[in-house]
Design a protein around this ligand. Structure first.
Ligand SMILES: Nc1nc2c(c(=O)[nH]1)N[C@H]1C(S)=C(S)[C@@H](COP(=O)(O)OP(=O)(O)OC[C@H]3O[C@@H](n4cnc5c(N)ncnc54)[C@H](O)[C@@H]3O)O[C@H]1N2
Ligand code: MOO
Ligand SMILES: [Mg+2]
Length: 413
């Protein structure tokens, strides 16, 4: 393919898929485990399968407030006499014989002799005698022992990021602590002589350093240990010193800026000198000059300085890589095809990650619209968006009404 004004093809770039593959091959999972309380395990990655040592629920119990009866008694309209009560936490200890029933409440143990619960709304009561109409089924409103989880069952698999439901599930099994993988240590810094730290006074020619904040946010959500190394100037020795410091004892290094071809872009060359460059440049927009490699034992991601480019490359490459290093399995991102109500500008030669707003139209159909201007310095587009619109390399301009592939931020961000 030749490079022309409407084509962004660069033969030295990898495709997004090739870059993902190279990153996957270049990663090492951390492996080290620690034992923590289940509350502290929230959001962390489980390091061992969890097997149930009990049945949940541990006994047959009632799903309703009503009367526990013998299914065999339910032929036509019947009258039964009440011989006791089973509360949750205070079971009825006797046995219910033919012609008898027991008062029962939700969660209470099903009394001996009974196998069915009739909701109290379906019963007429006169003192200790109840009348039941027809249409009831044996076994109704009884929750079986082990309905949720059974002894010996694998209920959580190693590699799962523990959710609120998961820690509740562990609690329901009476498990106070679990083994999880240790946190990843991630050092990050911004490069650029033009960067002013938030809180300082902006001087002519300066901009505020926003990338360290988006990175802080994205890394915090991932649950890694953060080593924020601040801003590094565009001086080769400063960049070199920062790299060497970042490589000490950390699992990953993430930088922003200085990866393109400018005279003050030192990141990729420094990486080549101190470690190794696995690849530089991906056929994507934004994010083209992404650099991936290694210094000592730390994986290295040099993200482009443009604020949207840094975020897009983080979500597409860094996040899944760190998740895998943390031991997380099944990192699958939802993608759906929906009609796009905006027309989109697109040059062939790179895969675009445009910012979109996924919403329902007046007919209730899921559609996407563009956030508007798509420059890689327009961070407000990321703030407004709730999804990426992913346009393939060979795709050109998109007419309004066309179907496009969308990746919702939900779960991603
Ligand atoms: N001749 C070419 N020039 C450029 C190319 C190219 O292929 N040929 N690629 C462009 C693309 S695409 C991108 S993306 C950028 C990447 O640039 P760098 O990674 O070298 O980043 P910088 O030059 O340092 O900065 C780019 C831009 O972003 C602003 N920036 C940087 N850091 C921050 C920060 N922490 N917070 C907020 N904003 C930041 C910086 O001021 C620049 O405006 O290169 C293109 N050039
Ligand atoms: O990759 Mo750049 O991110 O096109 O602006
Ligand atoms: Mg540059």
């Amino acid at each position: 393919m030749k490079n022309s004004c409407c084509d962004d093809y660069d033969p030295s770039s990898l495709s997004v898929e090739q870059a993902l593959e190279r990153i996957e091959q270049g990663l090492q999972a951390i492996g080290a485990k620690e034992q923590v309380t289940i509350r502290s395990a929230l959001g962390r990655i489980l390091a061992e399968d969890v097997l149930s040592k009990i049945n949940v629920p541990p006994y047959e119990n009632s799903a309703m407030d009503g009367y526990a009866v013998r299914g065999a008694d339910l032929e036509g309209k019947v009258q039964l006499s009440m011989v006791g009560t089973s509360f949750a936490g205070q079971p009825y200890m006797g046995t219910v014989e033919a012609g008898q029933c027991a008062r029962i409440f939700t969660g209470a143990v099903i009394p001996n002799g009974t196998d069915t619960v009739i909701m109290q709304e379906h019963v007429e009561r006169d003192g200790d005698v109840i009348s039941i109409g027809t249409g009831h089924k044996t076994g109704q409103n009884v929750r079986p022992l082990g309905e949720d989880m059974r002894i010996g069952e694998t209920v959580l698999k190693a590699g799962k990021r523990l959710s609120p439901a998961d820690i509740g599930l562990l609690a329901s099994l009476g498990i106070p602590e679990v083994k999880i993988f240790r946190r990843l240590r991630v050092a990050f810094f911004s490069t650029g002589d033009e960067l002013c730290a938030v809180g300082e006074v902006l001087q002519p020619g300066q901009i505020f350093d926003s990338n360290r904040y988006t990175l802080y946010g994205m890394l915090t959500r991932l649950g890694v240990e953060l080593i924020d190394m601040g801003v590094v100037h565009d001086k080769p020795e400063d960049v070199e010193n920062a790299f060497l410091l970042a490589a000490k004892g950390n699992d990953a290094i993430i930088t922003s800026g200085g990866v393109s071809v400018g005279d003050a872009d030192y990141v990729t060359d420094t990486l080549r000198r101190l470690g190794e460059v696995n690849f530089w440049k991906v056929a994507m927009k934004p994010g083209k000059p992404l650099t991936f490699g290694k210094i000592q034992d730390a994986v290295f991601f040099g993200l482009p300085g443009n604020p949207v480019s840094a975020m897009v490359t983080f979500y597409q490459f860094v996040q899944p890589a760190l998740q895998r290093m943390m031991g997380q399995k099944h990192v699958v991102q939802t993608r759906v095809t929906v009609p796009c109500v905006s027309s989109l500008k697109k040059r062939t030669g790179r895969m675009d990650f445009q910012r979109g707003i996924l919403e329902r139209d007046e007919q209730g159909r899921l559609v996407v619209r563009s956030t508007g201007q798509q420059g890689s310095g327009i961070l407000s587009s990321m703030s407004q968006a709730n999804c990426f619109i992913i346009l393939p390399v060979e795709c050109g301009n998109v007419a309004a009404g066309s179907e496009v592939l969308v990746e919702p931020f939900e779960g991603l961000i």
